[in-house]
Design a binder for this molecule. Structure first.
Ligand SMILES: Cc1cc2nc3c(=O)[nH]c(=O)nc-3n(C[C@H](O)[C@H](O)[C@H](O)COP(=O)(O)OP(=O)(O)OC[C@H]3O[C@@H](n4cnc5c(N)ncnc54)[C@H](O)[C@@H]3O)c2cc1C
Length: 288
């Protein structure tokens, strides 16, 4: 079994991976081949020790070279759920694969887009974050999909294969979905509503002449780059959307550590790298 699984390939995850590598631990680093949008998109970085006036793209290239040199691969799969079992963790990815490890480091960053009202309340009762995990549940049904990134557009096509009708609310430019059963709505919904399960998605005003203010749907898929840690890991203690950690980056779940933006402010590269390093050392101690 793996010693550790790191969720996230930003500064926190990379720093944790480099430290685990030098501590000779067996691990997987899950994330994106482009590492992190928050590194790639930075215009100029002035506050990282040893680097002055470097662009996000240059910083990304240097980090990729360092990972290559250390022979650390990034597993390009999105973690959809982390399940704490007896002395191990089971990880399910959106690609439908499962992995097991003795410890976890959450380094998944923070999503700046706010949750929609009702999202947490109806989670597992019509709200889903994972097309490949839950898409089949909506065979022949009507669903709404709120998608914040073009990178996940292929999942909309996957959902449209099952559902009879899909209302897509894209929060990115250049939508390229062209399916008869997909209707695009360019308005942000206000609230997910229902009794026992999701019944409708409410907008402030009718999005168009033929779409009502309260849109009847059987389910709502929220496709985002990152999922709130509390949603990703059942039973994880969070406060104001951040994972509650101790000085050694441990969380309330034994064997589960967290680092970087997901643990709270300040949102900075140096904090993320430092916490990733501490989390990896704590994992090594824990494994002893
Ligand atoms: C435009 C911009 C400019 C910035 N400039 C600066 C600056 O100059 N100096 C500074 O100190 N800070 C800057 N920041 C802040 C800095 O980017 C963050 O503090 C830092 O990136 C946090 O690192 P992280 O590893 O915690 O998270 P992130 O960099 O957000 O990385 C998280 C990673 O986890 C992945 N991930 C999330 N969920 C999952 C999942 N379920 N499965 C698999 N992978 C997942 C994401 O795809 C991403 O790769 C800037 C931020 C932005 C947006």
């Amino acid at each position: 079994m793996l010693d550790c699984i790191i969720v996230g390939s930003g500064l926190a995850g990379i720093s944790a991976a480099l430290t685990l590598q030098s501590n000779r631990k067996e691990f997987l680093l899950f994330g994106s081949p482009s590492l992190s949008e928050k590194i790639e998109k930075a215009e100029k970085i002035h506050n990282y020790p040893g680097l002055s006036d470097v662009s996000g793209k240059e910083f990304c290239a240097a980090l990729k070279a360092q990972l290559d040199e250390a022979k650390i691969e990034i597993k390009n799969e999105k973690v959809a759920g982390v399940y704490a079992l007896k002395e191990k963790f089971s990880i399910l990815t959106q690609e439908g694969n499962t992995y097991e490890s003795r410890t976890i480091i959450l380094a998944c960053g923070v999503e700046s887009i706010r949750l929609i009202d009702g999202e947490t309340e109806f989670l597992g009762r019509g709200v889903s974050y994972c097309a490949t995990c839950d898409g089949f549940l909506y065979k022949g049904k009507t669903i709404a999909v709120v998608c914040t990134t073009k990178r996940l557009e292929h999942e909309i096509g996957y959902l449209a294969d099952f559902a009879e009708k899909v209302y897509l609310i894209p929060m990115y430019k250049d939508v390229e979905i062209d399916r008869d059963n997909v209707t695009i709505i360019k308005k942000m919904p206000q609230k997910i509503q229902g009794k026992l399960r999701v019944e409708s998605l409410a907008f402030a005003a009718p999005p168009s002449e033929d779409i009502p203010k309260d849109l009847s749907v059987n389910g709502v898929f929220m496709l985002r780059e990152s999922v709130a840690p509390s949603v990703l890991v059942g039973g994880l203690e969070t406060k104001d959307g951040h994972v509650v950690v101790q000085r050694d980056m441990s969380t309330n779940l034994p064997g589960c550590f967290a680092a970087g933006d997901c643990t709270g402010r300040p949102y900075q590269y140096t904090k993320a790298a430092g916490e990733g390093n501490i989390a990896a050392h704590s994992v090594s101690e824990y494994l002893k």
